[in-house]
Design a protein around this ligand. Structure first.
Ligand code: BV8
Length: 232
C-alpha cells in the first residue's frame, strides 16, 4: 500500500504462545484450568481473593521467566523504523512487547507487573506475589490487587484506541481469538471507517470473516514476514 502511513496493531495471547506463555482458549489453556467467572471478575475476587491472587501470582512469576519471540522482535523493529504513526494495542498483560524494545505499546487490559491499590488507587510496579497482602508502598493499606482489567471492568485508554483507529490506514490483528469485546469489535470499527484490515493468526478466529485478508500460521513466522514487507 503506497499511502500507508498510520498503523494500529492489536495483539492477543497468540503472539506470546511461542514464548511459552499459555493462551486462554487452546486446550489446556488458562481458562480451562480455572472458570473465568472465578478468577477474572471483580465478583470472583470478592468471593475468593486468595484463589484470584494465587492465579495472578503464578502468571506474574511465570512471565518473568519467558523471553520475547521473533514476532515481538519484528514489531519492535517496525516501531523503531516506522516514521508514520504506530500503536500496538495489546490485550496481553505480559511485558514481552516492551522487553523486545517496542515503545508505542498500550495495555488495554492492564499489566501483570503492576499492583493497584484499591484504597488509594495508586499503581506500583510489582514483580513479587500479592497473596500475603503486602502493604501498599504509597498508603500502607493491605489493599493491593492485580492491575488487570477483569470481565465487566472498563478496558484502559479506549478513547486513545478509537482515535488511533480513526486515523489508521491499516489495522492488523495478531494472535487473538476475537472472543472478547470491545477488542474483538475493533476490526468492525476499522472496516466501517474504510481502514484496510489484516489478520495474522494460527487458525481462523471468530472475527476472520470481518478482515479483508487473513494469513494463517505461527506468529513467529507471519509477523517478521509481514514487517519485512511493510518496511521494504
Ligand atoms: C467490558 C485480562 C464494559 C485478564 C482479559 C455477556 C455477558 C457479560 C459480559 C459480556 C457479554 N458480552 C460481552 C461482554 C463483555 C465482555 C466480553 O467480551 N465477554 C465475552 C466472554 C463474551 N467483555 C468485558 O467484560 C470487557 N469489559 O465490556 O466493559 C463496561 C462498560 C461500561 C462500564 C464498565 C464496563 C473486559 C474484558 C477484559 C477481560 N480481561 N484479560 C487476564 O489476562 O487475566 S480477557 C483475555 O481474553 C485477553 O486479555 C483477551 O482480551 C481475551 C481473549 O484472549 P486472546 O488474547 O484472544 O487469547 P485466546 O487464547 O482466546 O486466543 C489466542 C489466539 O491465538 C487463538 O486464536 C489462537 O489460534 C492464536 N494462536 C495460538 N498460538 C499462536 C496463535 N497465533 C499465532 N501464532 C501462534 N503461535
Amino acid at each position: 500500500m503506497a499511502d500507508l502511513r498510520n498503523i494500529v496493531i492489536l495483539t492477543g495471547a497468540g503472539i506470546s504462545a511461542e514464548s511459552g506463555i499459555d493462551t486462554f482458549r487452546s486446550e489446556g489453556g488458562l481458562w480451562e484450568q480455572h472458570r473465568v467467572e472465578d478468577v477474572a471478575t471483580p465478583e470472583g475476587f470478592a468471593r475468593d481473593p486468595d484463589l484470584v491472587l494465587r492465579f495472578y501470582d503464578m502468571r506474574r512469576e511465570a512471565i518473568q521467566t519467558k523471553l520475547p519471540n521473533p514476532a515481538h522482535e519484528a514489531l519492535a523493529r517496525l516501531d523503531a523504523e516506522w516514521d508514520g504513526e504506530l500503536l500496538i494495542v495489546t490485550q496481553n498483560v505480559d511485558d514481552l512487547h516492551e522487553r523486545a524494545g517496542a515503545k508505542r505499546v498500550l495495555h488495554m487490559h492492564g499489566t501483570h507487573l503492576n499492583a493497584w491499590c484499591t484504597a488509594c488507587d495508586v499503581r506500583t510496579p510489582w514483580t513479587g506475589p500479592l497473596i500475603d497482602r503486602p502493604p501498599c508502598p504509597c498508603c500502607g493499606e493491605s489493599a493491593l490487587r492485580p492491575d488487570v482489567v477483569w470481565f465487566g471492568e472498563m478496558p484502559y485508554e479506549m478513547e486513545r484506541i478509537y482515535a488511533a483507529i480513526r486515523r489508521a490506514d491499516l489495522f492488523v490483528s495478531i494472535g487473538t481469538s476475537g472472543a472478547v469485546y470491545p477488542a474483538a469489535g475493533f476490526v468492525r470499527d476499522a472496516r466501517n471507517l474504510g481502514v484496510q484490515t489484516l489478520e495474522l493468526n494460527l487458525e481462523r478466529s471468530e472475527g476472520s470473516h470481518r478482515f479483508h485478508e487473513t494469513r494463517l500460521g505461527r506468529a513467529s513466522e507471519l509477523v517478521p514476514a509481514w514487517v519485512g514487507q511493510v518496511l521494504s
